[in-house]
Design a protein around this ligand. Structure first.
Ligand SMILES: [Zn+2]
Length: 854
């Protein structure tokens, strides 16, 4: 028997759940009745439950028969086995259960969140987080996505508190001094989508989106930060009703900000939960990046109400489809809402992150067989979200947006209130497109990695496109095996600029190599035109030089890809690092924020491999590259400037002041900051986060304590985050040790602490002492932090880029053997190897280059 799949001898169709949480004793009691369809004569029932005490269990049916049951918990498999005192015949039965549990502090299951109210008093609320497999911590259940059922929830609470669940309230009554809140029956849905939130909560007025009332909820005092989230919430909900051609499946929609939340947000049907930074924002004081984050996450969760909630994957191997699709739809919705944000161009940054991870031997296919829940947890990564969304975007562009949408509508209509798999989506898209989709898509979904397409020209006027898998390392780290290299079906969009203008051509590169006739007057060839492809382009030197001469004919996303691919070639040893640095000199006049983001990311990475002796020279190089663009923009915004340009100014200030260690910029930043304190709102919100980071780098006396106080008294979640991460950005070891101490003494929320430590491992000033701290405190952190936190924290080891540190990391993890699930640890170690290999291969040449140019 599969230890991870429940038998289908008894299948639930309805849960009547009554839960009574007590926020003072941090416990809850529950009773429930589950309507079961019993398929064959059974003498026991197996369902999921963990960290619950079952107090009583029994079956009864409408004929008045009753059967008692004894419960045996198996903590290892997270199951409860109910042994019946006599067998139950096939038919409809009602399973009655009474149980109790605790409101834990691990941010999963039914958990507690503690926050300070506006007068500084500590308050407790209770919330849930069930995906993937933690509903079983709140109530015994068939905790697999294909066991869909109706949920009828009743919460019995302190009368002073408010309760929210997936549906609207049927009735509120009082019993023995407690408030009894009954909710409307849910649609047929999976257990991981059930939610309850209980606490002192306040809500905005509802806005009506079609027939759906939509509200934003938060702890008291923060309602003024809810407007922006509600706006994108309403806009995206309306967008999806149009796009999907189906009404929103719930009877109301609540968006709830929870002070302690492990993930970004969770798509519980009708009761979406968020960490505060992903929902609450002061739009007059937030940067573009901070606003974009809220818009993205809200749109993403709303997209799930159909794709995920109404139609759900059959098993966790299909989680990619859920998440990739919601990520893709989030882009579409935000792009429709704010076209001026150019969301699809910015998506290049996310695609680049996926290309980077997927260039490892230790990558994985987007979809792979998942047996255990732990492996499902490991699927929540950049390959599922960003690679998945990238290949869907590539497919959408290949089929055409209307055909793609028709296929999606067909898929949702066919499978609503049910489960479906990748094959079902391909079938629906294939019907709409009148062509078989698997032929094109399977290579991208079921095989790891992606191709680099080499573009060259022969003497006879032909263009040669050749593909092979892209890998940073020639040899995989043991014990990985090299996957057999088969060609992908690569939709290549070409644009050729010649004397008579530009011409586009679409090629499906299905072989290893293909030759195309090229007109004589082809001056410039752009491959992956439009930038939607999930592959890299490696141009022959003459074609690359021609492109660099004509950057003006490239769209921003094409310039982004040009830099990003060149940087990857340097990382893989296919281009000298010094040649890459020469290439960056061509972008001094660049004005696109995304192109700058890839340039800066590469400078950060190079900063991790230079010696302390060479660091000032690298700082000089960064100043040389960034200063011209910044000089053109200046410190203050101009009337009519768009949001992206204002954000770029903030990014350039950060680059100059932190990576460039520019004393003049640091001094000016101090003045700007002082001005913003004297007159709040006087400084562009896009500038302020960068200014704060620069001041941490500068590290003047007293600045640390000033930022610490600002962190503690922050009035918005965004402000809190800026100052929190600034505490990780100082250079003075004594200050950095203080910050580290705060990651385990309760001062920094456990939802944030792992990310703070990660950022310190990636800082060249903090990494050694942070690594020592992490080794010493590993077990403490593992105990304090939420599930998956150590996996996120450990990603920071990719910044420990010396041979000695790398060896130490390997020794530590070999002894510790952390269970991150999937190939996560192997990926971190390989990323570290790639960086150390770059250092060893290019260190001397880099040093020589920096010596010459500085
Ligand atoms: Zn999602």
């Amino acid at each position: 028997m599969d230890p991870y799949r429940l038998p289908r001898t008894a299948v639930p169709s309805r849960y009547d759940i009554r839960l009574e949480p007590d926020l003072t004793t941090l416990t809850f009691r529950g009773t429930q009745t589950v309507a079961l369809d019993v398929a064959e004569r059974i003498s026991d029932i197996t369902l999921n439950a963990v960290e619950l005490t079952i107090e009583s269990a029994g079956l009864e049916n409408d004929r008045g028969e009753t059967i008692r049951a004894t419960a045996t918990m198996d903590e290892a498999t997270e199951r409860c086995r109910l042994t019946l005192t006599s067998p139950a015949a096939p038919g409809r039965w009602h399973l009655r259960l009474a149980f109790r549990g605790t409101l834990n502090d691990k941010l999963r299951g039914f958990y507690r969140s503690v926050y300070k109210d506006s007068s500084g008093v500590s308050r407790t609320m209770a919330a849930t987080q069930f995906e993937a497999t933690d509903a079983r911590r709140a109530f015994p259940c068939w905790d697999e996505p294909s066991f869909k059922a109706v949920f009828s929830v009743t919460l019995v609470i302190d009368p002073a508190l408010t309760a929210v669940s997936n549906t609207s309230i049927v009735s509120e009554t009082h019993e023995n001094g407690r408030k009894v809140v009954r909710f409307v029956d849910s649609i047929v849905m999976s257990t991981y989508l059930v939610a309850f939130v209980v606490g002192e909560l306040e809500a905005t007025e509802a806005v009506m989106v079609g027939r759906t009332p939509m509200k934003v909820w938060c702890v008291p005092g923060k309602k003024r930060l809810a407007r922006f989230g509600q706006e994108i919430g309403a806009a995206s909900l309306a967008f999806f009703e149009r796009y999907y051609g189906l009404p929103y499946p719930g009877d109301k929609l609540d968006l709830l900000a929870i002070p302690d939340f492990a993930a970004g947000a969770m798509e519980n049907l009708g009761a979406i939960t968020f960490r505060e930074t992903a929902l609450l924002v002061d739009e007059t004081a937030a940067s573009h990046t901070e606003l974009e984050r809220v818009a993205d996450v809200v749109a993403h969760e709303n997209a799930h109400m159909w794709f995920g909630d109404l139609v759900t994957m059959t098993w966790w191997n299909g989680i990619w489809l859920n998440e990739a699709f919601a990520t893709f739809m989030e882009m579409l919705a935000v792009d429709a809402w704010k076209p001026e944000w150019q969301r699809w161009a910015t998506f290049g940054v996310s695609r680049a992150a996926a290309l980077s991870l997927d260039g490892l031997h230790s990558t994985r296919p987007i979809e792979f067989p998942v047996t255990s829940p732990r492996d499902a947890d490991a699927m929540f990564d950049v390959l599922t979200y960003e690679k998945g969304a990238s290949v869907l975007r590539m497919l959408e562009q290949y089929l055409g947006p209307e055909v793609f949408r028709a296929g999606v509508r067909d898929y949702l209509e066919t499978h609503k209130f049910d489960n479906a798999d990748t094959g079902d989506l391909w079938a629906a898209l294939g019907r709409a497109a009148r062509q078989p989709i698997p032929a094109v898509m399977d290579g991208w979904i079921f095989r790891p990695g992606y191709p680099v397409v080499t573009v060259s020209r022969d003497a006879g006027g032909h263009l040669i496109l050749a593909q092979q898998r892209f890998n940073y390392l020639r040899e995989p780290l043991p014990p990985a095996a090299i996957e057999p290299d088969q060609p992908w079906q690569v939709p290549v969009q070409l644009r050729v600029h010649g004397a008579r203008g530009a011409a586009e051509e679409r090629v499906l590169l299905a072989e290893r190599e293909t030759r195309l006739r090229l007109g004589e007057a082809a001056d410039v060839v752009v491959a992956n035109a439009g930038g939607h492809g999930f592959y890299r382009i490696r141009y022959a030197p003459d074609l690359l030089e021609a492109l660099l001469q004509r950057l003006d004919v490239l769209a921003p996303i094409e310039r982004f890809n040009l830099v990003n691919d060149a940087w990857a070639m340097a990382g893989a040893g296919l281009m000298p690092l010094t040649a890459y640095l020469e290439l960056t000199a061509r972008f001094r006049q660049e004005r696109d924020r995304n192109v700058w983001s890839v340039l800066m990311a590469s400078f950060y990475a190079i900063n991790r491999i230079v010696t302390p002796f060479d660091r000032p020279r690298l700082e000089a190089l960064v100043r040389d590259r960034v200063a011209p663009a910044f000089a053109a923009l200046g410190w203050t915004g101009r009337a009519g400037e768009d949001e992206l340009t204002r954000q770029l100014r903030g990014d350039l200030v950060r680059a100059l002041g932190v990576l460039g260690n520019d004393a003049a910029v640091q001094a000016r930043a101090a003045e700007v900051y002082a001005g913003s304190l004297k007159q709040p709102g006087s400084v562009d919100p896009n500038l302020l986060p960068g200014v704060i980071a620069v001041l941490a780098q500068a590290g003047e006396d007293g600045r640390y304590d000033e930022f610490l106080a600002a962190f503690r008294s922050a009035k918005t979640p965004q402000d809190e985050q800026r100052y929190l991460y600034a505490l990780a950005g100082f250079r003075e070891p004594a200050l950095l040790r203080q910050t580290l101490e705060r990651t385990i003494n309760g001062e920094i929320r456990t939802q944030d602490a792992p990310f703070v430590v990660r950022s310190m491992l990636l800082s060249v000033y903090a990494r050694e002492l942070t690594w020592e701290f992490v080794k010493r405190q590993w077990d403490t952190m593992d105990r304090l932090y939420p599930k998956h936190a150590m996996r996120r924290l450990a990603e920071g080891v990719t910044g420990l880029v010396t041979r000695e540190l790398e060896a130490d990391v390997q020794t530590f993890f070999a002894a510790k053997n952390p269970q991150f699930g999937g190939k996560v640890l192997a990926q971190y170690l390989e990323q570290l190897r790639v960086a150390v290999a770059l250092r060893e291969r290019e260190g001397a040449a880099l040093s020589g280059y920096l010596g010459k140019t500085s």
